[in-house]
Design a protein around this ligand. Structure first.
Ligand code: C5P
Length: 224
């Protein structure tokens, strides 16, 4: 059966990674969480006091960052590995979330990440989620999905996920962070968050994970 590229873009906390993981597992495809790459770069900049508004500092730092994914075949998860360190937990912390959209708006950072993402798609058989995957990374992808969900549903989902790790987190903090990231992601100069013209919109506000998967697998079948 031919292998295709599936792109999943959309606003923050719409369940893009959950869907991408489900699809990759079902189809035996590679799953790539492109947001994790921007988060890892942000963690590196924060730790090493790199000012991302200074082009020379960014250009000097990027060659020192290697990004890999460690896949767990049993539960279908993937961990972000930065310079041989598993940073999966660290990149989900609030400090990274608060700064990642600014870092991801830097032209040189995007060129660095996009080149690696395109390399990963050369053999097809890949599901990648992010903000610009269907528009910039794989404009010729066979199936493009743009996920949306009601803002209140997104805040609630994110709260439930983060509360387990940090019981002090508040709904307001989460709402502010999602709004801020969506604003920066949609208004940046390079590769802003946009629905690709040929993307299918999936509103999952009222869908269970199973219903969502069934729906999307139907779209996949049409492309194979
Ligand atoms: O997907 P996630 O919410 O973890 O991504 C973190 C941030 O990385 C996003 O808010 C966005 O600023 C940036 N990002 C991006 N382009 C992508 C994926 C993520 O700019 N393809």
């Amino acid at each position: 059966m031919r292998k295709i590229i599936i792109t999943i873009d959309g606003y923050s906390s719409c369940g893009k990674s959950t869907l991408a993981k489900q699809l990759a597992k079902e189809l035996n495809y590679v799953f790539v969480d492109s947001g994790a790459m921007y988060r890892a770069i942000t963690l590196y900049f924060l730790r090493n006091h790199i000012d991302w508004n200074m082009t020379e500092e960014v250009v000097g730092a990027l060659p020192n960052i290697t990004l890999d994914f460690a896949y767990n075949d049993l539960d279908g998860t993937s961990d972000m590995i930065m310079n041989d360190e598993n940073v999966e937990m660290l990149i989900r912390e609030m400090l990274v979330s608060e700064n990642v959209s600014e870092v991801a708006a830097v032209k040189e950072v995007r060129a660095f990440a996009v080149a690696q993402q395109q390399q990963m798609g050369l053999k097809k058989g890949i599901v990648m989620d992010g903000r610009d995957i269907g528009t910039t990374v794989f404009p010729n992808a066979e199936l493009k999905i743009f996920v949306t969900a009601d803002p209140a549903v997104r805040v609630e989902r994110r709260y439930r996920e983060l509360f387990l790790k940090n019981p002090h987190i508040t709904i307001e903090e989460i709402r502010d962070n999602l709004e801020m990231r969506d604003y920066i992601d949609s208004n940046r100069e390079v590769s802003p968050l946009r629905k690709a013209e040929d993307a299918i919109v999936l509103d999952n506000s009222n869908l269970t994970k199973e219903e969502q998967l069934t729906k999307v697998l139907g779209w996949v079948k049409e492309k194979l």
